[in-house]
Design a protein. Structure first.
Length: 196
């Protein structure tokens, strides 16, 4: 009696290399799409948070200031300019944000690598408690006064809700000059990718 051994057939080296090649090609096709989706998600979070900041500004205007924009320093970590004392916009808006300071943090805030001393290596949120620059020269003015001042200096007449009040400190979302590189917040709470 002859005993016959059955061997399971395995992959040959060629078949294995073909499978690895196919998987590599699929990964190469999908990675850019995933990266783009992740970037878009961060931009969406940024816009949502800026909208929440806009709601907080509206709350501040109606409950605390008789419709006058808050006073705040341009870059508090560097000094009080243009005020006599340092005021963080995060402190002004904190009660209106439910003390949720994270609403002022853009997920794509720089890691600080490009910032000069004394803030090198730190994000804007770390040093300014906000990833968003407040347009400090509007402090103490109503938006009607801001629009009139804008028209006086530029000759352009814009409605109040077409003048930005906060924006990303830097082009967090892309190369400068490209649409979507920097987000802008307007007094009515809408957020755009560009300055009007």
């Amino acid at each position: 009696m002859r005993m016959e051994r059955k061997h399971g057939r395995g992959f040959t080296l060629i078949e294995l290399l073909v499978v690895i090649g196919i998987i590599g090609a699929l990964v190469a096709i999908l990675l850019p799409s995933l990266r783009k989706a992740r970037t878009q998600a961060k931009r969406t979070v940024c816009a949502s948070q800026l909208h929440d900041v806009g709601v907080a500004v509206q709350s501040y205007l109606t409950s605390e200031s008789n419709e006058r924009m808050p006073h705040a320093s341009f870059m508090p970590s560097m000094g009080s300019f243009p005020l006599m004392k340092t005021i963080y916009i995060a402190d002004v808006l904190a009660p209106h944000l439910g003390n949720q300071g994270e609403a002022l943090h853009c997920p794509q805030d720089l890691d600080g690598g490009a910032r000069p001393a004394p803030n090198e290596g730190k994000s804007y949120f770390e040093t300014e408690r906000s990833s968003y620059e407040y347009r400090m020269r509007i402090g103490g003015l109503t938006m009607k006064e801001v629009a009139a001042r804008f028209e006086r200096f530029t000759g352009k007449q814009l409605p109040e809700n077409a003048i930005w009040i906060m924006r990303d400190y830097e082009n967090f979302h892309g190369k400068g000059g490209t649409i979507g590189a920097r987000r802008y917040l307007y007094v009515d709470g809408h957020v755009t990718d560009f300055e009007n």
